[in-house]
Every structure is written in structure tokens, then in C-alpha cells.
Design a protein around this ligand. Sequence first.
Ligand code: ADP
Length: 349
Amino acid sequence: MTGKHRHYRNRASQWLREFRHSADQLPDAAVLLDASGRTRWFNLAAGRLLGLLQPRDRGIDLSTHFGGSELGAWLRHGSLVPANDMASPLPDGPRLAAMLIPVGRSARMLLARDISAINRLEQMRRDFVANVSHELRTPLTVIHGYLELLSPDDVPELAAVLDEMRTQSRRMGQIVEDLLTLSRLETQQAPIDEHVAMAPLLATLQREAQALSQGRHRVELVCRSSADLIGSAHDLHSAFSNLVSNAVRYTPSGGSIAIHWEDRDAGVRFAVRDSGYGIPAEHLSRLTERFYRVSSSRSRATGGTGLGLSIVKHVLSLHQAELHIDSRPGEGSTFSCEFPVARILRAAD
Ligand code: ADP
């Protein structure tokens, strides 16, 4: 070997050592897979997080190796979508977020990150909100009870103050109840599966809208499906009712509201259309965040807590449906969702 070759070879092996050393310092597992899904190389963290051992697991088919574990199934399904939270294939291993990145023409790099600490923080946040809401419930009930006992006739000079105190204590009570509902929905894995009869539910929604509107709007029911749903009657009513009451609250007098229930190719669709204020496009993606409002004053003036659409989103997701919002300022909005076949019950069933 010439001196020049030896020099290049030494430099190449030094680069390789440096690369391996750096990759082993990474906190995330990195596994390079060839076109057929066999391991070509992996770092130290792949041992800690996935249980891969050098040199034993070099060249193995990764999806077969992880067998029936969540990671194995995810790899076998093509894994185009990153996994946000799944179990490590190790017994008592950490929770993982994983993604596959294409490398060159046909290789792929599996990256897996330990998200146990983030999950713990998220759990602490959830517990904190649930505990605070729970602790606020009793004092609020007491305050509310005493306010109800006081009659404005006893203290006429304070009648306006008393009225405002009652309104605000009711509002606080509603915020606490909505926060508790959200806490429950966040921790729930699946809804209670009941037969939800849609015809009476739709009629109730229409009546609720008319009661809230007090004759200020035209409220129409367009029922083009005889399908019923399988899910939680209470939660679905609450979600649909939120959409209907928003339509009334954000539509000026003289406007119209239509509740739609209709068959679709792959499911059944619920929609609430209004001819109201509409929502500028830049707000649409954030509407289901807690306490996000386009106009705080309009929301408060109509008794909103800012939590309604968050509740709707959670309820729908528990029922494998997604909220779609279509809106134009000045023209109105349509809030809709489509339930998959698995959630539908037809008369013949
Ligand atoms: P809120 O209690 O404030 O109504 P929501 O979570 O139900 O809270 O809704 C969030 C925000 O989305 C509202 O404050 C309002 O700005 C907007 N919004 C919801 N529904 C409609 C609608 N039908 N038309 C216009 N704006 C709406």
C-alpha cells in the first residue's frame, strides 16, 4: 500500500470513529435500515431504548424482531406517519416517539425518543387543572347558594350588583364544570358505547337552539339520514349542543341556522351552518385551543367559557371523527364532522 493510500485509509477510519462516537452520544435511538428493513447500523441509545445489542442484532429484520409489539406493528404498516406515543418493545421500557426518515435511495433511519419525562409533565398539568377545578367547585357552590338566597327586594340599592354577582358566579361555575369535563375527556381512552338515537337528539338540538335564540333566528333541521350513532349519548349531545349554541350566539338577529344530518359515501355527517359573523381564516386552526377566542368581548357577552370547541374536539376524537370548520367573515360558518361506518347503527342492524 502506498503512503498516500495509507493516509486516506487512516483518515477514513478516524472519521468513522468520530462519527460512531458522536452518534453514541445522542440521547435518541438511531437505527439505519436497508431497503428490506434490515439493520445496518445503530447507536448506543438504540440499546437503552429498544434493546438492540451489538453485534448480535446487526443485519436483523427489525419489524420481525419487534414482533407483536406496538413498534413492530408500526414498522410493518409502512410507518409513514410519525408515532407520537407508543410503548418501547422492552418490558417496563420508556414511552417513545418514533419516526422514519428516508436516507439516500432506499435506506431509512429509524429515530426513537424517550418521551417519559414529557408525558409525566403533561400528566402533572392534567392533574393540576383537574384538582384546581375540583377544589373550586365547593366554594363556588356555597357562594352561589347564598347569592340565590339574597333577594334584590331586601336590598334594592344593591339589586344591580347582586344581579352581576349572580351572573359572574354562574359563569365561574360553568368554567369549572367545562374544565372538569375536559379533564375527564383527556384521560378517557374510549367512549361508553350506547345506542344514540339521532332523531330525538336532533329534535332536542333544534328546540335548544330555538330556546336560546328566542325567535331572533330561523332554525331549520335538515335530516337526510336515518342512521343512529354508537357512542356516548351524553358527550355527543354536549358536543352537538356546543356547536348549535355557538351558531346562535355568533349570528346576529334575523340570521339563519341549519342543523344537517346526512349520509355520506363513507359514513354520516353532522353539520351546523349559520349565516353569522364568520371567522377570519387566520383564526381557524386555533379555535379548538382552550380559551382561544376571536373576540373575547363577544364570547363573554353571550356567556361563553372559551372551552366549548375544545370539548367538541375531544368528544369527536373519542368517536373517531374530526371537526371541520369552513367560514367566511360576514357570510357565516359551517362546523361539521363525519362519523365512520364503525360508529353507525342502521335500522336493519
Ligand atoms: P366560546 O365560549 O368563546 O364560544 P368556543 O370554544 O365555543 O368558546 O369557541 C371559540 C371561539 O370560536 C369563539 O370565542 C368564537 O370567537 C369562535 N366561534 C365559535 N363558533 C363560531 C361561529 N359559529 N361563528 C363565529 N365564530 C365562532
